[in-house]
Write a protein that binds this ligand. Structure first.
Ligand code: ZN
Ligand code: CA
Length: 254
């Protein structure tokens, strides 16, 4: 019950996340999460097609259910721990008023060029019923961004993911190479940190003393390229192909 989980401490959220992970491990995870895409555009290429959104949803569902074609290409050291998370994402069929929807809204505004709080305030659906994905010309300077639950609870109208249209799906204005960014952001939305820990700064040695809270991912400095042989914090091979990396060769969760 997402509604009951507001105003939790980070420790409570972490405990919930660990319990959720154990439930998945037992094969009990079968969550369906409704998704709404809010396309905020100024009649430019950021007004992406329904087909591009459906493609993004296809990739998101494949990645969270180990149905992505490339999952078994991971380094052999990680083959046994590629996770089937067992969450299905579905475009919303009802809007907050109970009316039929295709799960896609379109709003015209020049705020698409900022992709920040003010843009999100144009249209926001309740966080206890949907994960929201705003698609815009800019994601406040990033490919995409979101708040993890411990922060999102203090700004409920802003809970969700902002994606630059160039990183949404693999067709239209996006590419296959950029298509896993939404998987990464949904990982954050569900309380995952980066593999290198609680920062947005990969590649620094201090990250070796910061764990990501996930027991089977080795500590790492974090990567911005696909360095398959990296073992940046000692003997263990880095899980550079994890979706919570910046490596652009991501193909697995653990
Ligand atoms: Zn991230
Ligand atoms: Ca770890």
């Amino acid at each position: 019950d997402f509604a009951a989980r507001v105003e939790q401490t980070d420790a409570e959220l972490e405990a919930f996340t660990q319990a959720f992970a154990q439930e998945i491990e037992r094969g009990g995870g079968s969550y369906v999460i409704p998704v709404v895409f809010h396309i905020v555009h100024n009649n430019g290429p950021e007004n992406i097609s329904d087909a591009q959104i459906h493609d993004a949803m296809r990739i998101l569902n494949q990645d969270f259910n180990r149905e992505n074609a490339d999952w078994d290409n991971v380094r052999p050291e990680f083959l046994d721990i590629v996770a089937d998370i067992g969450i299905e994402f579905r475009l919303a069929a009802k809007d907050p008023s109970g009316n039929c929807t295709n799960g896609i809204t379109r709003t015209v505004s020049s705020l698409t060029n900022e992709g920040a709080s003010q843009m999100k305030s144009l249209i926001s659906w309740p966080r206890n019923k949907y994960v929201q994905v705003w698609v815009a010309a800019s994601a406040d300077g990033a490919a995409g961004y979101t708040f993890r639950p411990g922060s999102a609870q203090w700004m409920p109208e802003e809970d969700g993911i902002v994606m630059q249209h160039l990183y949404t799906g693999s067709i239209g204005t996006s590419t296959v190479n950029r298509s896993r960014a939404l998987t990464h952001e949904v990982g954050h939305w569900l309380n995952l940190a980066h593999t290198w820990g609680n920062s947005n700064d990969p590649g620094v040695s201090e990250n070796c003393s910061d764990d990501d809270g996930v027991s089977d991912t080795p500590n790492t400095i974090g990567w911005t390229s696909c360095t398959l042989g990296g073992s940046s914090c000692g003997s263990a091979l880095d899980n550079v192909e994890n979706y919570m990396e910046y490596s652009y060769c991501s193909k697995m969760f653990t």
